[in-house]
Design a protein around this ligand. Structure first.
Ligand SMILES: NC(=O)CC[C@H](N)C(=O)O
Length: 358
């Protein structure tokens, strides 16, 4: 099977085709050396082409219990070597895949030029031109204005908490959540009400949340206008938590700003410094945007040791905790699981129910 990857600027790389198909997508890389099932099912990779810098992907098989959602989200997959198990899975999912190319070169290009548009063509008779045509059709990440609708639940859903633990009711706004965020809350006793990304202020009020939780998700946070409005309304009225896109949305709602990073943070060993405890934790990350300015209402309590970008924003008085990384730690490391205890410590089931109007 022939395979070509056309990079922004027009350079075309030849590869071995593993799963046929053609697609555009934003080319990004992850340095994660484990957790390929978690990465590939993470909705935050929607509309991207995921390159693994680790050279062998699929060496411990494919197991559904490690999936973070019901499908593979990247538009295509690139690796130095993909095992048969992974190829079979991607084939069932209809996700184009290529290997046997120099991923060191590709990652170096992304490091130097930044995450870029690309086009992939894989199949018996595909040509370089087919890949270039896909590239020409590739939109920039921020042009995917409906990306929330592509990954969010359409209807509200509910996931019951364990019998033991915190008697709390969390309303999760689903911007493309990882399943293990819900599992982490359920395991601590909290019931989780899952609402679509465009839920209204009234929809949230009906669920009577003890905590309002904004999930991770794909694309540019500025395109989640409905969710930004929700946070703007509920900040100070109900405790707020957010992960990754959730942190960015909370920052936008509280007067801060976000910006696109050059090549982002994607991996499982990103070091984060907590300025309150003076401890460094290792974290799993997957993001291409960052909070550029947290605004006047949020304190930067954690930052990335590599590039100083904000990793944790807090407001103790308004009861807000957000993290840019993934504390649910799938596939690990487990250093920051206590985030969920801190979130649920804000819940006060005896408090008056929230109200929809100001
Ligand atoms: N994992 C996420 O929530 C990613 C957030 C956002 N889409 C970004 O790329 O920065």
């Amino acid at each position: 099977m022939d395979a070509y990857v056309a990079l922004e600027g027009g350079h075309v790389v030849e590869a071995r085709g593993r799963v046929p198909g053609s697609t555009p997508g934003e080319l990004v890389f992850t340095t994660a050396y484990t957790g390929y099932e978690e990465s590939l099912t993470d909705p935050s990779y929607e509309e991207q082409v995921l390159t693994f810098s680790y050279p062998l992907i699929g060496n411990y098989g494919v197991r559904e219990e490690r999936f973070e959602s019901g499908r593979v989200h990247p538009n295509a997959v690139v690796a130095r070597e993909l095992t048969e198990d992974v190829v079979e899975w991607l084939d069932e999912e209809g996700v184009p895949a290529v290997d046997h190319l120099d991923t060191r070169d590709l990652v170096t290009d992304i490091r130097e030029e930044g995450a870029m548009k690309c086009g992939i063509a894989v199949g018996e008779d595909v040509t370089e031109q087919d890949a270039l045509d896909e590239l020409a059709a590739c939109k920039g990440m921020s042009e995917h204005t409906d990306i929330g609708a592509q990954v969010s639940v359409d209807e509200p859903d509910f996931s019951a908490g364990a019998e033991d633990g915190v008697d709390a009711h969390v309303t999760l706004i689903d911007c493309g959540h990882k399943g293990s965020i819900v599992d982490s809350l359920n395991a601590r006793g909290a019931d989780v009400e899952i609402l679509p990304y465009d839920a209204t202020i009234e929809d949230v009020a009906e669920t009577e949340p003890d905590v309002l939780f904004i999930s991770n998700g794909p694309g540019d946070p500025a395109n989640f206008e409905e969710t930004v409005e929700l946070v703007d309304h509920y900040a100070g009225e109900v405790p707020l938590a957010g992960i990754c896109l959730g942190q960015q949305i909370v920052a936008l709602a509280l007067g801060g700003s976000t910006a696109k990073m050059d090549f982002g943070h994607r991996g499982v060993n990103q070091p984060v410094m907590d300025v309150r405890t003076n401890r460094v934790v290792m974290t799993t990350q997957n993001h291409g945007y960052t909070v550029a300015d947290p605004g006047e209402n949020l304190e930067v309590t954690q930052f990335n040791v590599n590039d100083d970008t904000p990793e944790g924003l807090d407001n103790d008085e308004l009861e807000i905790i957000t993290r840019q990384y993934h504390p649910e730690a799938n596939p690990g490391p487990n250093d920051s699981l206590d985030f969920f205890d801190d979130v649920l410590a804000m819940a006060d089931p005896a408090a008056d129910p929230v109200i929809a109007d100001d």
